[in-house]
Design a protein around this ligand. Structure first.
Ligand code: GLC
Ligand code: CA
Length: 541
C-alpha cells in the first residue's frame, strides 16, 4: 500500500494561484506551482472540487461531475495537471461530493419537475402535508427541507438549499456515482476524498442521518465495483467518526477506504452539545488521550490520517499554537507532534509556511455561506455584531480560505488583481519566497519532516512503529515514543508558551530534528516555549 509512506497536500483551488488575472485561483495556476510542490516533497495532491458548480458552497455543490468549472479551466487543463503532476511523481486525489449535488444538476432539474421522472427517486422528497416534514435543521443552520412547487413536495438538503441530498438507497444513484468515479479513474487520477460520506445512508423516516445501517454495505459496493480495481488512495470525511468506526472504514482487508478523517481531536475544544462556534481552551490531557486511542486503536487494524487543518477549519497555528510571539516555534511544534505519528499526513495549503487565521475588518468581507448564514441567524436572535464576529473569527471557514501567500508583492503574488477574498495582511512577513532556502523557516522544517517519512532511513520506524505516550499525565508536555525492531523514536513537545522541566534522564543516540538551536537534556528535560525535539534511541530491552 503505497500511500502508507505518502504525504498529501490539500489544494483549495480558488485560493491557490490565479494564472489569468481574474482574481480566482485555477488549474493552470496549480500547474505553475507543481515544481514547488515537488520541492516540498509531497506525493499526492488532494484537489478540492473543481467540477462545474453553482459555487454556492465553493464547489461542494456540483452541477456536472464530468466537467470543469469555467473559472478553474477546462477538461484539457485538468488532463494537463494530471500529466504534469505525474511527471513529478505526484498523484491527484479528486474530491467527490456524493451526498448531494447542486440543485442545478440535470438530475435534480429533472427530479423536481414531476414525480414520475426517472430522476425523482434520485433525491429525497416528502409529500407536502401542510407543513415542513420535520424540524430537522441543515448543517448550514436553517430548515433541512425546501419546498418544491412543481411537485408540491419538500426536498431534503443537509447543507444549503442549493445542495439537495441524493438518495443512496436507490440503486441507479449508486451506479451513477460509480460511473463518475470510473470516469476519473480512467483520466488517471489516483485517489478520492469522499465528502461527508457518513451521511449517505441516512434513513430519514427513522430519524437517522449519520452512520445509517447500510453505510458500510454501500461503501463496500463502491470499493468492489470501482475503487479496488485501481490502486488508489481513498479517504472518507466522517465528522461523526470514532476509533471503532475508523476500524471499519479503514479495515485492513481493503474492503472500504484506505483511511478516514476522524475529527475527534479537532472537536475537543468545542463545548458539548453546543454549536461549533464557541470554543473552550484545549485540554491537553484529553488531546493526548484521543491521539493515543487513535494511534493504538488502529495499530495493525486500520490506518490513520494525520491532520490539523483543512478548508473547513481555522488555522491550527492560530488556534492551538501562538501566531504572534512564537509563530515559528509553535507551527513547527504542532507539525512535529503530528508528523511522527503513524498514518498519512495531510498538509493544507499555507500550513507549511505557517499561514494564520484572518482578521476581516468588515462583515462584508466574509464569503463563506456557512459564515453568512451564521451572521444572519445570530443577528435575528439578537446577538451583537461584536459577539457574532468573535465566533466567526474563532471558527469561521474563511480563516483558512484566504489566498496563498507566495511572496511580498501586491496580493501576495496570488494574482495581479484584487482576489475574490481578501489577502491576509501579514503576507509581507509570512510568504513562501521568504522561507525557501532559509534553514530556520517553517517551510524548510516541513520539508525535512516529509523527507524523513518518505525517503530517509527512518521511513520504516515512522510507518510501522507502535505508539506509547510518555509523561501521560503531564498537562503541558505532549511526548511519545515509538518502537520498531531495535530502534526507538522519542518525540517531546512543549505545547505552551512557558518553560517546563521534567526531572527525568533520557538516553538517546541522536537528535533527529528540533525547532531550537540545541537541546537541554543533560540534567533533566528542559523545554523552552513550544519546543519540539525528536530523538533516536536504541531499544534497551
Ligand atoms: C464537507 C466539505 C465542506 C462542505 C460540506 C458540504 O464538510 O468539506 O466544505 O461545505 O462538506 O459539501
Ligand atoms: Ca483565474
Amino acid at each position: 500500500m503505497w500511500w502508507k509512506n505518502s504525504v498529501v497536500y490539500q489544494i483549495y483551488p480558488r485560493s491557490f494561484k490565479d494564472s489569468n488575472g481574474d482574481g480566482i485561483g485555477d488549474l493552470q495556476g496549480i500547474i505553475s506551482k507543481l515544481d514547488y510542490l515537488a520541492y516540498l516533497g509531497i506525493d499526492v495532491i488532494w484537489l478540492c472540487p473543481v467540477y462545474q458548480s453553482q459555487n454556492e458552497d465553493n464547489g461542494y455543490d456540483i452541477s456536472d461531475y464530468k466537467n470543469i468549472h469555467y473559472e478553474y479551466g477546462t477538461m484539457k487543463d485538468i488532463e494537463m495537471l494530471i500529466e504534469e503532476a505525474s511527471k513529478r511523481e505526484i498523484k491527484i486525489m479528486m474530491d467527490i461530493v456524493a451526498n448531494h449535488t447542486s440543485s442545478e444538476h440535470e438530475w435534480f432539474k429533472e427530479a423536481r419537475k414531476n414525480k414520475n421522472s426517472p430522476y425523482h427517486d434520485y433525491y429525497i422528497f416528502k409529500e407536502n402535508k401542510g407543513s415542513v416534514p420535520s424540524d430537522l435543521q441543515s448543517i448550514f443552520l436553517d430548515s433541512a427541507w425546501e419546498y418544491n412547487q412543481q411537485t408540491n413536495e419538500y426536498y431534503l438538503h443537509m447543507f444549503a438549499k442549493g445542495q439537495p441530498d441524493l438518495n443512496w438507497h436507490h440503486k441507479p444513484v449508486r451506479d451513477s456515482i460509480f460511473d463518475i468515479l470510473q470516469f476519473w479513474v480512467d483520466k488517471g487520477i489516483k485517489g478520492f476524498r469522499f465528502d461527508v460520506i457518513d451521511l449517505i445512508a441516512k434513513e430519514i423516516n427513522e430519524g437517522i442521518i449519520g452512520d445509517g445501517p447500510k453505510l458500510h454495505e454501500y461503501i463496500k459496493e463502491m470499493t468492489k465495483n470501482v475503487l479496488s480495481k485501481a490502486d488508489l488512495i481513498t479517504v472518507g470525511e466522517t465528522w461523526g467518526a470514532t476509533v471503532e468506526k475508523a476500524k471499519l472504514f479503514s479495515n485492513k482487508d481493503g474492503s472500504e477506504f484506505s483511511m478516514i478523517f476522524n475529527f475527534e481531536h479537532i472537536l475537543l475544544d468545542q463545548q458539548p452539545n453546543k454549536e461549533k462556534w464557541d470554543l473552550l481552551p484545549l485540554d491537553l490531557i484529553k488531546l493526548k488521550e484521543v491521539f493515543k486511542a487513535q494511534q493504538q486503536g488502529l495499530y495493525n487494524e486500520g490506518w490513520n490520517s494525520l491532520f490539523w487543518n483543512n478548508h473547513d477549519l481555522p488555522r491550527i497555528v492560530s488556534r492551538w499554537g501562538n501566531d504572534k510571539k512564537y509563530h515559528k516555534e509553535s507551527a513547527k511544534m504542532l507539525a512535529t507532534l503530528l508528523h511522527f505519528m503513524q498514518g498519512t499526513p495531510y498538509i493544507y495549503q499555507g500550513e507549511e509556511i505557517g499561514m494564520t487565521n484572518m482578521k476581516f475588518e468588515s462583515i462584508d468581507d466574509y464569503k463563506d455561506i456557512e459564515t453568512l448564514n451564521l451572521i444572519k441567524t445570530r443577528k435575528k436572535l439578537g446577538y451583537s455584531i461584536e459577539d457574532i464576529l468573535k465566533s466567526v473569527d474563532a471558527k469561521g471557514r474563511d480563516n483558512s480560505r484566504t489566498p496563498y501567500q507566495w511572496n511580498d508583492k501586491k496580493y501576495a503574488g496570488f494574482s495581479d488583481v484584487n482576489p475574490w477574498i481578501l489577502v491576509n495582511n501579514n503576507y509581507v512577513n509570512i510568504n513562501l519566497e521568504k522561507q525557501i532556502g532559509d534553514q530556520s523557516s517553517i517551510l524548510e522544517y516541513y520539508r525535512k519532516l516529509i523527507y524523513y517519512r518518505r525517503h530517509s532511513v527512518y521511513r520504516d520506524i515512522i510507518e510501522k512503529a507502535d505508539f506509547n505516550l510518555l509523561y501521560e499525565n503531564h498537562s503541558e508536555v505532549f511526548a511519545y515514543e515509538r518502537t520498531y525492531k531495535n530502534q526507538k523514536l522519542i518525540v517531546l513537545c512543549n505545547f505552551y508558551d512557558q518553560k517546563v522541566f521534567i526531572d527525568d534522564k533520557i538516553t538517546y543516540e541522536k537528535v533527529l530534528i528540533t525547532n531550537q538551536k540545541d537541546v537541554l537534556l543533560e540534567n533533566g528535560i528542559n523545554l523552552r516555549p513550544y519546543e519540539a525535539i525528536v530523538l533516536i534511541a536504541s531499544d534497551q530491552q
